[in-house]
Design a protein around this ligand. Structure first.
Ligand SMILES: [Zn+2]
Length: 125
């Protein structure tokens, strides 16, 4: 059912944890399988230098959140914002169609963290 890449990220997820003094935090959830995903980002000179996440959810949700951290680190805020659920699924060498909503969640969580980062910089600037 799952690709080796999905299993790898599920059993050995990257960048798990939280960033205490993060520049942006996003939290999203879906009712479909009860996944809850929280993501912290660190931004320096408009580049995402670090991301950590905590996901309470199904294997696909954990694998996609892990994958998106690897895709987004080192990218500018604008580039990271453009990462789609499709790109995450492709990087994981495919997800079962039933689990595509979980990859939506990863892109949404990152988007929410970026929105939070923007609102913070807007108020302090
Ligand atoms: Zn799920």
């Amino acid at each position: 059912m799952y690709s080796d890449k999905v299993m790898d990220h599920f059993t050995n997820p990257r960048n798990v944890g939280e960033i205490p003094n993060a520049d942006g935090v996003g939290e999203v959830g879906n009712a479909r399988c009860g996944d809850i995903m929280k993501m912290w980002i660190k931004v320096e000179n408009n580049v995402i230098t670090d991301i950590k996440f905590k996901t309470f959810g199904c294997g696909a949700a954990i694998a996609t959140s892990s994958m998106i951290t690897e895709l987004a680190i080192g990218k500018t805020v604008e580039e990271a914002e453009k990462i789609t659920n499709q790109q995450v699924a492709e990087a994981l060498e495919g997800l079962p169609p039933l689990k595509m909503h979980c990859s939506n969640l990863a892109a949404e969580a990152l988007g929410a963290a970026i929105a939070d980062y923007r609102s913070r910089t807007a108020t302090t600037a």
